[in-house]
Ligand binder design. Structure first.
Ligand code: 5GP
Ligand code: ZN
Length: 114
């Protein structure tokens, strides 16, 4: 998608602090971190929202969570704990319409979220 900021990061047209990438996903640091660890795990495939995934994307969604599993261990937050989430549409505050799994950790996270 030409106007998608995350597609541009995937194509290396704009910079990001990339911490992991493979043939299906890329993970980079959020530009406005909300916790000591705030990583975004993003599929290379442009999918606007979680509502747009199909059965074709089953393996991809599983792969995103396997990446989260590995990143949590590599970042040293697996024991202390962390949160993963997809924001979807307006009420969740989705700002970038290319799905991304937020991974937050390194501090105590409030529940319920605001
Ligand atoms: P959303 O609200 O769509 O779930 O989250 C979008 C996230 O992307 C926000 O946490 C925001 O800080 C982050 N973000 C937006 N633009 C950029 C960017 O250009 N680079 C990086 N690294 N993060 C971005
Ligand atoms: Zn995109």
């Amino acid at each position: 998608m030409p106007d998608c900021i995350f597609c541009k990061i995937i194509k290396k047209e704009i910079p990001a602090k990339i911490i992991y990438e493979d043939d299906m996903v890329i993970a980079f640091e959020d530009i406005n971190p909300q916790a000591p660890v705030h990583t975004l795990i993003v599929p290379r495939k442009h999918i606007p929202t979680l509502l747009d995934i199909t059965t074709e994307d089953r393996a991809l969604i599983g792969h995103i969570f396997m990446a989260a599993n590995n990143i949590a261990k590599n970042k040293g937050i697996s024991v202390s704990g962390f949160r993963t989430l997809f924001n979807c549409n307006k009420d969740a505050g989705q700002a970038v319409y290319h799905i991304h799994l937020h991974m937050l950790g390194g501090r105590r996270l409030a529940w319920p979220p605001g």
